[in-house]
Design a protein around this ligand. Structure first.
Ligand code: FMN
Length: 176
């Protein structure tokens, strides 16, 4: 069964790391299906029914995005609001269509991992800061897995640093 990777990046042409990850995933069409929200919906009008039908076809779904303002880019939040609706994602006998599906986040983070800790600048880990996503997926009875995060891209966007993330990301996807 293939893994569905739902990518939300508002400016993929200027992207360094997410673009590289997509390029890599596209080498394995038998394993991964990449669905880029800003590409499919350039006007940001999500076809919720089409998204629900897509999600229903996969047991493993990864949401990949760059970390923006300690959160996700807006189209992913819109996706959660408009796709994970009452009667489909939760709240009725026929609902809970995401129940049991393996779900994980894959996030590129500008700042170094060190800064995301109690004693440092941002006080919380990215795992803690992404708790609303965890709670949302738990709410719809999905099987939420610990996230993949690749840090420090603002400080070091060298080819070496970006390439180092590729096998780590693929290993993470394999481990789901
Ligand atoms: C609007 C905006 C907000 C950002 N906010 C954060 C942030 O809150 N924390 C952080 O560590 N990095 C932040 N960054 C850095 C991005 O996470 C980083 O540039 C991105 O993950 C790199 O991925 P890309 O090469 O695919 O664009 C921000 C960048 C932008 C453009």
């Amino acid at each position: 069964m293939k893994t569905l990777i739902i990518v939300t990046h508002p400016d993929i042409t200027s992207s360094v790391v997410n673009k590289r990850w997509i390029e890599e995933l596209n080498k394995y069409p038998d394993k991964y299906v990449v669905h880029q929200l800003y590409k499919v919906y350039p006007d940001e009008r999500i076809d919720a029914l089409a998204e629900q039908k897509l999600v229903e076809q996969y047991d493993k779904i990864v949401f990949q995005f760059p970390y923006y303002w300690f959160n996700c880019p807006p189209l992913f939040k819109k996706w959660l609001d408009e796709v994970m609706t009452y009667g489909w994602a939760y709240g009725s006998k026929s609902g809970y269509k995401m129940s049991g599906k393996k779900i994980a986040l894959a996030i590129s983070v500008g700042v170094d991992e060190r800064e995301y800790s109690r004693s440092e600048k941002y006080k919380y880990t990215v795992e803690e800061l992404t708790r609303p996503f965890e709670l949302s997926f738990e709410y719809v009875k999905a099987d939420y897995h610990p996230l993949f995060a690749y840090y420090g891209i603002e400080l070091n966007s060298s080819k070496e640093w970006i390439e180092r993330s590729v096998p780590l990301y693929l290993d993470f996807l394999d481990s789901l």
